[in-house]
Design a protein around this ligand. Structure first.
Ligand code: NAP
Length: 289
């Protein structure tokens, strides 16, 4: 009989709160990191019903959890429990990572650094002095907008079919970096091929609606462009296929998913994970999924 020895009475406790969680790869991601780094902790799914959420968060503190991720539908609901919130998470209005220390809850949003690091790693480029188009104005667009502004973009176009939502993203970006030029649109009524980077943060094209794409039929790309789609299922969206036909560099959202998780793990464990390990994680999960 093989004795299970990866968890014991001294193991640190981590997990992900949300509902549903069946699709989440966070347990595999974080427990793989723990195994690579030879740490003593365990990461578990914590599915919580809406009416139990507040009690459950108190429970995680009482049980001595080191930290936890927060996913749909609780990224906003967690805010009132926090003692301290990072500037980025406060601007975005959503927290995906909580660290518990001395009975205090610290909230972060690692989608910003996760996106930025994944973009640099996989595209080989950056946002400095670039004209960047962000398609969509939902929760993910907020994190992407901050990452692009922080990276020194010269101009950001926010394009969303529901125009009223673009103003909130513009305000968040301006509050973070007043220097960047931000233009809001409700359609692609400008020459997108004259920009450098297009980032799809809409859910159009996500499984099972794989024949969908944002702003159907209107996008013209150029081979000098990079097109990043936050969707990772399917790994090659209709948008990315169209961009690749024009010779543009294309990247899907799996890297963001992996890197935001790695950044969360660094916060909980107070460590810096080597770039080589992050790359190895991304490659392994590309094969695994
Ligand atoms: P959200 O807050 O619900 O926002 C959805 C956005 O998509 C809105 O801007 C919405 O436009 C737009 N949209 C939906 N269907 C559309 C269509 N058919 N044509 C044009 N626009 C459409 O969702 P979210 O949290 O921002 O997530 C958006 C996507 O990013 C999802 O696919 C999610 O899986 C992905 N994501 C990936 C990662 C990662 O780590 N890779 C992280 C976060 C999110 P309206 O405002 O007009 O409705």
């Amino acid at each position: 009989m093989k004795i299970v020895d990866f968890v014991n009475g001294r193991s640190l406790l981590l997990g992900v709160t949300g509902n549903p969680l069946e699709h989440s790869i966070s347990p595999q991601l974080h427990n793989t990191l723990t195994s690579i780094l030879n740490n003593n902790c365990i990461y578990v799914p914590l599915r919580i019903d809406e009416e139990d959420f507040d009690e459950a968060i108190k429970g995680l503190c009482a049980l001595g959890f080191t930290g936890f991720n927060v996913t749909i539908p609780y990224k906003n609901k967690i805010l009132k429990h926090l003692d301290v919130i990072s500037k980025e998470a406060e601007l975005i209005g959503a927290v995906n990572t909580v660290k518990i220390k001395d009975n205090k809850l610290y909230g972060f949003n690692t989608d910003v650094s996760g996106f930025s690091d994944a973009f640099k790693e996989e595209s080989g480029g950056d946002f400095f002095n670039k004209k960047v188009v962000i398609l969509g104005a939902g929760g993910a667009a907020r994190a992407v907008g901050l990452a692009v502004a922080a990276g020194g973009a010269s101009r950001i176009y926010i394009v969303n079919r529901t125009f009223e939502k673009t103003g909130a993203i513009k305000k968040i970006i301006k509050d973070y970096d007043s220097g960047v030029d931000v233009i809001c649109r409700d359609s692609i009524n400008f020459n997108i091929s004259k920009t450098d980077i297009v980032i799809n943060t809409t859910s159009a094209g996500m499984y099972p609606d794989v024949e969908n794409m944002p702003f159907e039929g209107t996008l013209e790309f150029d081979r000098n462009m990079t097109v990043y789609d936050l969707i990772y299922n399917p790994s090659n969206t209709k948008l990315l296929k169209q961009a690749a036909k024009s010779g543009a560099k294309t990247v899907n959202g799996l890297g963001m998913l992996i890197y935001q998780g790695i950044r969360a793990y660094e916060i909980w464990m107070d460590i810096k994970i080597e770039d080589d390990i992050s790359r190895e994680m991304l490659l392994s999960f590309k094969k695994y999924l």
